[in-house]
Every structure is written in C-alpha cells, then in structure tokens.
Design a protein around this ligand. Structure first.
Ligand SMILES: [Zn+2]
Length: 238
C-alpha cells in the first residue's frame, strides 16, 4: 500500500513541513494587522482620557473666570454702598439703591452659575478618575497583548528559518519522480493540503467523492494518484 511505502512516507513528511511553514507564514503575514489594530485600540482609550481631562480643564477655567467676576462684582457692590453713605440728594440715593440691587442680582446669578459649575467639576473629576482607573488597566492589558504578539513574530521568524532548512533536507530525501508530481500538484491546487487521505471514497482535501478508478488506482494498483475532483494527491491511510 502506498501509505506504507517508505518513499511515500518521506513525501508525507515533506508535505507536513510545507503545511506547517505555510500556516506560520499566514500567521506572520497577519501579525502587522493585529498589532496595528491593538495600537488603534490603545489610541482610542488614551483619547477618551484626554477628552475627559480637557472637559475638566474647561470647567476649571470657567470656574476661575466666574470666581474673578464674582470678586469684582462684590467689590463693586461695596463701592456703591460706600458711595451711598456720601450722597446727600434723595434722587442720587434712590439711584444708588437701584444700582446696588441690580448689581447684587447679577452677583447672585453668577453665584448660581458658579454652583452649577462646581457640581459639574465634581462630576468631571469623578469621571476622569474612573476613566483613568478603568482605561489604564485596559491599556496595560493591550500593551501586554502587543508585546506577546511581537515575541510571537520573532518566534515565527525563527521557526520558519529552521523549517526552511528542514525542508531542504526533506526534499533531498524524496524520490525525484514523487517530488516532481508533488511540485506539480502544488501548482494546480491553490491551498494546502496538497496530499490528502481518502475517507469513505471521499478526498479529504476537497470533500468530494472520487471515482472508482481513483480508488482502484490507490488501493489495487498502489500508484501515486490524484483526486479527479481537485487534483490533490490522494492515498489511503490503512
Ligand atoms: Zn479532492
């Protein structure tokens, strides 16, 4: 039987290494995308903190400017009250009373506004703190993921170089005509496996039923045979 044939076993060994290399190459080629997607996630998290921080600074600036306004308006009220003591004419006195009342109203409305801002400031500080705690954990986790991925890339490159050498050795071992058929199959079939066992008269490479001729060629004639559906080399494991 072909699968017991020593030469064929050598070909299977080469095929196994080719497949492992191909899997690793796919993983390697996908790695930069994974890394940049992690970097994007880190960026988004950091921007969230930045925007919470900006919101807080805006509120702080607003609160400071209100504080100054209130200070100056309260100075103004004091000045008006002092002036009140000096005026003699009744009309001037009334006019001052009106002005003071008007200024005090302004002051009171600014103080209301300041109170609202102070409440918002408390909320914004709390939000920033929660965001920082939560996000710094997330970012740490993402950075860890990124560094593991970089290590994996190094490992993959090493493994692929080692496999390249092993593949060269395996190729030397394989019978030339088997090797030629195998290389030819690799050109026809777009994706591995290039060699697939038959199961219940189906090619396990394409999952389609092969003809009786194919089965007989494999089992009876024990020849190197290709699936009549997909072109893969087929064999019987038992
Ligand atoms: Zn097939």
């Amino acid at each position: 039987m072909l699968s017991n044939n020593t030469e064929f076993k050598k070909l299977l060994l080469l095929h196994g290494k080719d497949r492992r290399k191909r899997t690793m190459e796919l993983e390697l080629s996908n790695s930069p995308n994974l890394i940049s997607s992690i970097e994007n996630k880190i960026d988004v998290e950091e921007k969230t903190i930045e925007s919470a921080r900006n919101e807080l600074s805006l509120l702080e600036a607003k609160s400071n400017s209100l504080e100054n306004e209130i200070d100056s308006i309260s100075d103004q009220v004091s000045r008006l009250k002092n002036k009140q003591l000096e005026v003699k004419k009744n009309e001037e006195y009334q006019a001052l009373i009106n002005e003071i009342s008007c200024t005090q109203k302004q002051q009171s409305s600014l103080e209301d506004e300041q109170l609202q801002i102070l409440i918002k400031l408390d909320d914004a500080r709390e939000t920033l703190k929660i965001a920082q705690d939560k996000i710094s954990n997330k970012v740490k986790h993402l950075q860890n993921e990124k560094s593991q991925l970089s290590d994996r890339i190094d490992d993959l490159k090493n493994e692929i170089s080692k496999l390249d050498l092993e593949i060269i050795d395996s190729i030397k071992d394989v019978d030339n005509s088997l090797l030629a058929s195998y290389e030819q199959t690799k050109k026809i079939v777009s994706r591995p496996p290039y060699i697939a066992p038959l199961k219940e008269q189906k090619c396990t490479g394409c999952n389609l039923r092969v003809s009786n001729d194919v089965v007989s060629s494999v089992l009876v004639e024990q020849k190197l045979t290709q699936c009549d559906q997909c072109g893969r080399i087929v064999y019987c494991e038992r």
